[in-house]
Design a protein around this ligand. Sequence first.
Ligand SMILES: C[S@@+](CC[C@H](N)C(=O)[O-])C[C@H]1O[C@@H](n2cnc3c(N)ncnc32)[C@H](O)[C@@H]1O
Length: 475
Amino acid sequence: MDFLPIFVDIRGKHCLVVGGSDVAARKASLLLNAGAKVTVVAPELAAPFKDLPGQERLQHRIGSFDPTLLDGVELVMCALEDKNAARIVADAAKARHLPVNVVDTPELCSFIMPSIIDRSPILIAITSGGASPVLARMLRARLESMIPSAYGRLSALAAQFRDKVKAKFSRSENRRMFWEKVFQGPVAEMVFAGQDKAAAEVLESLIANEIEPDTNMGEVYLVGGGPGNPDLLTFRALRLMQQADVVVYDNLVSPGVLEMSRRDADRIYVGKKRDNHALPQEGINELLVRLAKEGKRVLRLKGGDPFIFGRGGEEIETLAANKVPFQVVPGITAASGVASYAGIPLTHREHAQACVFVTGHLKDGTMNLDWDMLARPHQTIVIYMGLHGLPVLCEKLIAHGLTKDTPAAIVQQGTTSKQRVVTGTLSTLPGIAAEAKLHAPTLIIVGTVVTLHEKLKWFNPKESQDLLDAAPLEG
Ligand SMILES: C[S@@+](CC[C@H](N)C(=O)[O-])C[C@H]1O[C@@H](n2cnc3c(N)ncnc32)[C@H](O)[C@@H]1O
């Protein structure tokens, strides 16, 4: 982080605003809203100053900046257009170790002002650290539209009942569960609908009637994290990722996706690279049960979709057998994500009316697949985990009836900034792939749909976007 985001209590504190322009009025307004006593020094004040709330805490000193004005002040905002004059203010403030912000002049600032979403008591501050204020403002606009203004009132209502809930539920885990239910249930809906009084009554009776559960059972969220690009997560995945206390993840989960989970959640890496399982599957199954029985909300985060070559079924079978509650969130499977980002439709009226997904895992140097079923015309074959077995795969498909010049592609780290697409035919692809020194994770697509890639490729991966990179898994 280039900056430390903090929220400062300036209620009743003296702050100095230097300048009397409209911009200065906006700065003064923020300070007054946060409860500060504000002195504005300027020859004259722009009209908006007259309408600022908290006029009784606003004082106008007619004139220009003088360092003695800093006496007793705890924070300085400067909105002077003259950069030399602004520098004098900034230097004087810094000499006294006072936090100072100079409008539009980051090099003179000791702190910067974020874009703010005010749902008091909830406050959200956004900054791009000066890199792109427009982007920060756009993000703010998006969040503004997503977070109803009533969230502030909901939070204030919760504050009123905090002590009662604390007295009712001794365990913090149970308090958390209670509040989650409140924030996702009718009480919240009533506040959103403006029925605050009714909401308070319902909340009161909920507290009175709720019985503290004596079992301390957690829950497991089996979540598909998609093929690597965090933009491809579902809303539900994101919500549960933000909620979980512990994240159990494996190798295919990209750093960018992992980053979207709750910041203070424990993270447990359970591996699964080719021939290098950090924890065997049974161990993972047992780990999930144990964590849930400790009362934790466990995010079992998997690459792609948990039910497609993800062993998600086995994991929830163990949970079901142990009576651990769970929910499953589908993710975009590699076939779907990678094909889209490579511009290779998996079905197409003129090329393929069917599509099969298989795993190309080599066992004893061969693959145990139904070759006759695969080597059919008008069908796309998608092979997961096939990089190491690619020569065997192509050989077998040709031996079972596909022509040597059947188009085929191999895509490395699809959907991410490191995506690479290599195309050829069943006879040429193994050689081309070896030459390209591809590494896992890769997906192989076989069928005439591959010819569409040249025309339909649209995604330009950018090497610089490291956050989106998928870590390799088995090929
Ligand atoms: C164990 S499987 C898990 C599949 C996952 N459950 C899914 O639905 O995508 C791992 C394989 O998925 C494929 N894969 C996953 N993400 C990929 C990506 N971003 N690019 C290419 N292949 C990918 C690779 O073949 C990799 O070896």
